[in-house]
Design a protein around this ligand. Structure first.
Ligand code: NAP
Length: 281
């Protein structure tokens, strides 16, 4: 079964739109997300456009602030501080990656925890690991939603996450653990990766290498979540980290690329913006 993140996110966004439509009467306004885009990287421009469209669908107010690649770190941090103080702003997102002269860590720390819709702020990350209320990073949150919507039971299952980045691998592993899976985190130094992945009943792949996971690395009936977004070196088309066509035959459920985890990430960004708005009421 192919799990369509596109369909699930459309359903969830329609539900959010209904909720947001009640806000003007209840709270006098709708949630407001500010997205800062530095430079003209085509990938980033397309992600930011997708976020603006999702805001439109859900009824969330969106402001996209575009800055040239030459903006200094101090100027960008000053802009974020200004938005932190602005009561009409509920969520702030700075599109990554940033030009090399700007520290992403400083940018992430400068966004106030309360407006950190990405869930990347160290205080949100710490709260997640301490099971405290927090904003959960969008991609990991979307992955759990997808698994649940597909009817995959997580509790008691052996889950393997390939990748240990702060934005995907580690938080996904933590969320799976919180759902009572037994979790193994694999990475570039994992010995005999295939034997580890073959033990997985739930396999989440977040590496960033086209079709890296082959059918022999997946056990029959596994639920496979493909987070990777790559260009196929031969066709130039978008593809994931797993060999979809081959693994589709073995997996019980699998996410496609595009149309799997990606739309859920944006959907959860909308949800996080609404949550930040509600916490501030
Ligand atoms: P990242 O920071 O580059 O992390 C990649 C991880 O993969 C690292 O932990 C690395 O291990 C591991 N890895 C690399 N080569 C490996 C190998 N040969 N065997 C096993 N593990 C290996 O990437 P990321 O930010 O987590 O993103 C991963 C992918 O997800 C990318 O394609 C990205 O574009 C995509 N992504 C998609 C969404 C979405 O919404 N769909 C959101 C975010 C990211 P080490 O730690 O040992 O280096």
């Amino acid at each position: 079964m192919i799990i369509s993140g596109k369909e699930l996110s459309a359903t969830l966004k329609a539900q959010m739109a209904e909720t947001v439509a009640t806000f003007p009467e209840k709270y006098g306004r709708v949630p407001h997300l500010v997205v800062i885009l530095v430079g003209n990287d085509p990938g980033s421009v397309s992600y930011v456009t997708g976020k603006a469209k999702a805001c439109e669908v859900t009824g969330i107010k969106n402001t996209t602030i575009r800055k040239p690649e030459t903006i200094t770190e101090d100027e960008l941090l000053a802009l974020i501080r200004e938005l932190n103080e602005d009561d009409s702003v509920d969520g702030i997102l700075v599109q990554l990656p940033l030009p090399k002269h700007i520290s992403e860590a400083k940018v992430i720390e400068t966004i106030s925890k309360e407006k950190d819709v990405d869930g990347f702020h160290p205080l949100n990350v710490a709260a997640l690991w301490q099971k405290q209320p927090c904003t959960v990073a969008c991609t990991p949150k979307g992955i759990i939603r997808l698994l649940k919507a597909a009817g995959v039971q997580i509790a008691g299952k052996r889950a393997v996450v390939i990748g240990r980045s702060n934005i995907v691998g580690l938080p996904v592993a933590k969320l799976l653990l919180d759902e009572n899976a037994t979790v193994t985190i694999a990475h570039s130094r994992t010995a005999d990766l295939a034997s580890v992945t073959r033990s997985a009943e739930i396999l989440v792949v977040a590496i960033g290498k086209p079709r890296f996971v082959t059918a022999d690395m997946v056990s029959e009936g596994a639920a496979v979540i493909d987070v990777g977004v790559n260009r196929d070196p031969q066709t130039g088309k978008l593809c994931g980290d797993v060999d979809f066509e081959a693994i589709e035959q073995k997996a019980s459920v699998i996410t496609p690329v595009p149309g799997g985890v990606g739309p859920m990430t944006i959907c959860c960004l909308m949800e996080n913006t609404i949550e930040c708005f509600l916490r501030r009421q």
